[in-house]
Design a protein around this ligand. Structure first.
Ligand code: CMC
Length: 391
């Protein structure tokens, strides 16, 4: 057995030291480098938050413009990378495509990514942040059978992504500023979140000295699961299945039934035992997007009512289950025009910033070692081999 602490799910084990993100789950507080997520979401841009996470301080105007220029310099992907998409069935889940294509980036930069060289580390970090929107948009274009669009570096990071996703070569594409702002805010809300499963995966993969592009691909694989980043897709599918507010009690009863594996998707969190501060901003953003697009989606009313009924139910109160970031994001993303399969891709796009910042922090940590958890062995004790004819 050995003298190890047994902590399944790492509920009480700190795997690293980090100066990036602070969460107080009881109070519902989330700070990036000390700044509250609500203030960043209200006043900042995704590029500014990326700079903050990577460098520790908010940029000056000159620093921000320099950072934007650096990122846009890397937005194109190698022409040969397009060939990877063609290997996938057109109905492949875009997260499967993301795992493969982002992992494939390592083949393009393996020889020029010495992780012990700070300059090469920085270039790899910028490449990842810059190319992820291009690859995400290509995954979407491939699924709908439209041509890939090259990046337009005269646009903002988020405006460029929207154009690569929804634009077509035959027509000019006007970025709707309100939609771009909302999308940018959604990216801010997903940028980093401490040592969650996918970030821990990136750190663990990187702890062996693996190429950062491969490490981010590992993070994408982990994010895909419905208990993590896949919850935004699952939450919208659940709201669609519920359909109308009248059916909510039936689903709440199912979520409470221990013999039914059903859970309210977009509800509950390992760390937040209070309202997820990202969900507060997300709920507000739904109305802004609906106003900007002059649309309404009855699923939003269903979501609001579901929240209200769940939060007045003893089961959810006792277990401290509140809406998380994924509860309202699907309603917005669907209004903007993304199919549900793309939701987790958007999460991956934004979280790449956090993964990259955490990977850099790990590589430069003087205490860094290969991650190597131990176990409690529960198998048989030593026994002798029995030849096959005697078994
Ligand atoms: N609906 C119904 N019951 C729930 C839910 C839910 N959404 N979440 C947790 N519970 C119950 C669970 O059954 C358990 O009950 P009991 O103590 O009687 O066995 C108790 O609450 C604690 O749950 P847990 O699974 O032990 O808690 P955890 O910290 O391991 O899991 C979680 C956290 C987020 C995986 C879980 O709350 C969940 O599955 N939520 C739904 C999926 C979801 O929305 N995930 C997104 C998380 S936020 C974004 C991200 O991280 O990517």
């Amino acid at each position: 057995t050995g003298a190890f602490t047994y902590d399944p799910g790492f509920t009480s084990t700190a795997s690293c030291q980090s100066a990036l993100t602070y969460i107080d789950g009881d109070e519902g507080v989330l700070l990036h480098r000390g700044y509250p997520i609500g203030e960043l979401a209200e006043n900042s841009s995704f590029m500014e938050v990326a700079y903050l996470l990577l460098n520790g301080e908010l940029p000056s105007a000159d620093e921000l413009s320099g950072f934007n220029t650096t990122i846009t310099r890397h937005t194109m992907v190698h022409e040969q990378l397009a060939a990877f998409f063609r290997g996938f069935r057109r109905d492949a889940h875009p997260m499967a495509i993301m795992c493969g294509v982002v992992g494939a980036l390592s083949a393009f930069y393996h020889d020029s990514t010495d992780i012990h060289d700070p300059v090469q580390r920085t270039i790899a970090s910028h490449r990842l942040i810059a190319k992820i929107p291009t690859i995400a948009a290509m995954a979407y274009k491939y699924s709908v059978g439209q041509p890939f669009l090259y990046p337009d570096n005269s646009l903002s990071y988020t405006g460029n992504f929207l154009r690569m996703t929804f634009g077509v070569p035959a027509e000019p594409y006007e970025v709707n500023p309100a939609v771009a702002k909302a999308m940018d805010r959604i990216f801010i809300l997903h940028a980093d979140h401490e040592q969650n499963a996918s970030t821990s995966t990136v750190r663990l993969a990187g702890s062996s000295g693996a190429n950062p592009f491969a490490c981010i691909a590992a993070g994408i694989a982990c994010l895909w699961g419905p208990a993590h980043g896949g919850a935004n897709e699952a939450a919208l599918n659940m709201l669609r299945e519920i359909g109308t507010p009248e059916r909510i009690p039936e689903f709440i009863a199912r979520a409470k039934d221990k013999n039914d594996p059903f859970r309210l998707m977009g509800f509950g969190h390992r760390v937040y035992k209070n309202y997820d501060p990202r969900a507060t901003v997300m709920q507000k953003t739904v109305r802004e997007v609906f106003d900007a697009l002059k649309v309404n989606d009855p699923l939003f009313d269903t979501a609001l009512r579901l929240e209200e009924l769940a939060l007045s139910d003893d089961y959810f109160i006792e277990k401290k289950l509140f809406p998380n970031v994924d509860f309202y994001s699907g309603v917005i993303l669907s209004a903007i025009g993304f199919p549900t399969e793309m939701f987790t891709v958007l999460f991956a796009l934004a979280r790449t910033v956090g993964w990259v910042a955490q990977w850099n922090e790990m590589i430069t940590d003087p205490d860094q070692k290969i991650g190597r958890p131990r176990q409690l062995y529960t198998g048989p004790t030593q026994r002798s081999y029995v030849p096959v004819g005697q078994r």
